[in-house]
Design a protein around this ligand. Sequence first.
Ligand code: SF4
Ligand code: SF4
Length: 214
Amino acid sequence: MDIVSLRGRVESLIHAHSQGYVPDILKSGFSCARCGWCCRENFSIRITKDILRPSNAISIFPDDVRRIMKGTGMKWDDVVQPDIYSCLSDGDSIYAIGWILRRNDAGECIFYSGGACTVYEFRPMICRCYPFFMGERGVEVMHCEGLGNRIVKERAVEMAVMLKRYEMKKLRSYISIMAQLGDKLSFANLRMLPRGYEGDVFVCDGEAVHVRRL
Ligand code: SF4
Ligand code: SF4
């Protein structure tokens, strides 16, 4: 995916009406059972031969981090860590593509406690959209324990609006990150950091480049 085609997707999304996603959302019968399945590590996804990504390695935007910080009083690095499953090297330095929510030793999101999300009102956009995401053919539905129930139309409309907003923000974020990385970005070179890696990582999140020592 290059910047031109990402811009094309943003352009077509601008003209798409979120109402068009409502029928698929209604059909799913989604009603969150607050089971926490999506907050825990259930499996890993083989992204490339070099990247095995936990199911709940959740990428979030800087705006999400700031909202959680404001709501909880936590510091940036207590909320997120560099996305260690999405890194590349130019031979001199390691670059991480954005941030992921911190997880505890059991592999759960650190905000999952007592069977619930403790930052529910501040939770990231991606969590607000789950289990829906925009695929090549439109709305797709991920595994979720809350499907097949009844969803009221107003709720489906809200989710459709959020889904469009999230997708636009994600695409624009990709464009900014690609611009930050320039020639260094090659998806073929993406790697996860080796376990026990120690050193600096430059985190490109679309807004700024932050250096973190791991
Ligand atoms: S979105 Fe689905 S999987 Fe996640 S907590 Fe709600 S019901 Fe469970
Ligand atoms: S922020 Fe909340 S909803 Fe999102 S993964 Fe963590 S516990 Fe789950």
